[in-house]
Write a protein that binds this ligand. Structure first.
Ligand code: PAF
Length: 296
């Protein structure tokens, strides 16, 4: 389509600068004044990342995307080597979403001295839920997040609610360590049938994709029980029934109802239902807000 007089073609592609080194990032960052947002990713960008990018674009003058598969957050038997690496496709997504700068470093660029001896300790919450099944995972996540916040010097950072424990721990780290950034949570993007978008969904066979609906079904059933006035026990029972109600085969790791800040203690009023399960060789997580009667 040719733009008419006075019009700007909507098909003009955004110019997204790609840098691989911290020196080039520093130079590109120094050239930008105004509010800077960073969206951190491990690549394999999907609709969930696009919604983070849209939020970032609407709130900041400049949007930086980081693409880095962080070895520190993978256990010895996890999928670091096979994790999807799709830089060209990711750059297309970044261009279309209007990102200004993409930082895609190598492992040596991020960790020039080898694996860092000093890491961020996530505290007790880092040892629970995901941390129970994945020892050291949140040490690795928070260490790379802090490094990327230092390198990008962002004012705002956007994290998906899909990884709810990660979002909570990033918030806590920034508060506890006085990191000068606003952490913004963005709701989970779902497929029409309820499956939460995740880079790991591409590991699922068509049959496993159906089995994976156990997770969102559990969350829906729990939320419905809460809306019907159920207490914490009723919500959890309904969620377990929902988990098992469809195509069998998902192996539950945890299904818990917690305070929205994942603080220990009794759950009343606003709460969060979190689930993790294995579907074949793929570990999936999901969560949803629920509201309990404060008197229940
Ligand atoms: O959520 C992710 O993709 C990763 O944990 C993150 C935040 C990019 C850190 O490597």
């Amino acid at each position: 389509m040719t733009a008419g007089r006075g019009q700007v073609s909507s098909e003009v592609e955004h110019v997204t600068e790609l840098v691989h080194t911290r020196a080039d990032l520093a130079r590109a960052r120094a050239a930008r004044t105004g509010t800077v947002a960073v969206v951190m990713t491990m690549g394999a960008l999907h609709e969930g990342h696009q919604s983070l990018l849209r939020e970032a674009r609407s709130r900041a003058d400049h949007v930086i995307v980081t693409i880095f598969v962080n070895p520190l957050q993978f256990g010895p038997n996890e999928d670091f080597d096979s994790y999807p690496r799709t830089l060209e496709d990711d750059l297309d997504v970044c261009r279309r979403a209007g990102a200004d700068l993409v930082f895609a470093p190598s492992v040596a660029e991020m960790y020039p001295g080898g694996e860092p001896a000093v890491r961020v300790n996530p505290g007790p919450l880092g040892e629970d839920l995901e941390g129970l099944s994945r020892p050291g995972f949140f040490h690795g996540v928070l260490t790379v997040v802090l490094k990327l916040l230092q390198l990008t010097r962002a004012d705002l950072t956007f994290f998906g609610e899909k990884d709810y424990q990660q979002l909570s721990l990033v918030r806590r780290m920034c508060r506890d360590l006085d990191v000068p950034v606003e952490v913004i949570g963005v709701p989970t993007v779902r497929e029409p049938d309820g499956l939460a978008r995740s880079s790991r969904n591409r590991y699922l066979s068509p049959a496993e994709r159906t089995v994976a609906l156990s997770l969102s079904r559990a969350l829906r059933a729990g939320a419905e029980a809460a809306s019907a006035g159920g207490d914490a026990a009723a919500v959890l029972t309904a969620a377990h029934v929902g988990f098992g109600a469809g195509e069998p085969g998902a192996r539950l790791d945890y299904l818990v109802l917690t305070d929205p800040d994942l603080e220990p203690g009794p759950v009343r009023g606003p709460a969060r239902l979190l689930v993790a399960a294995w579907v074949g060789g793929t570990r999936l997580i999901d969560n949803a807000p629920v509201r309990l009667d404060p008197a229940s």
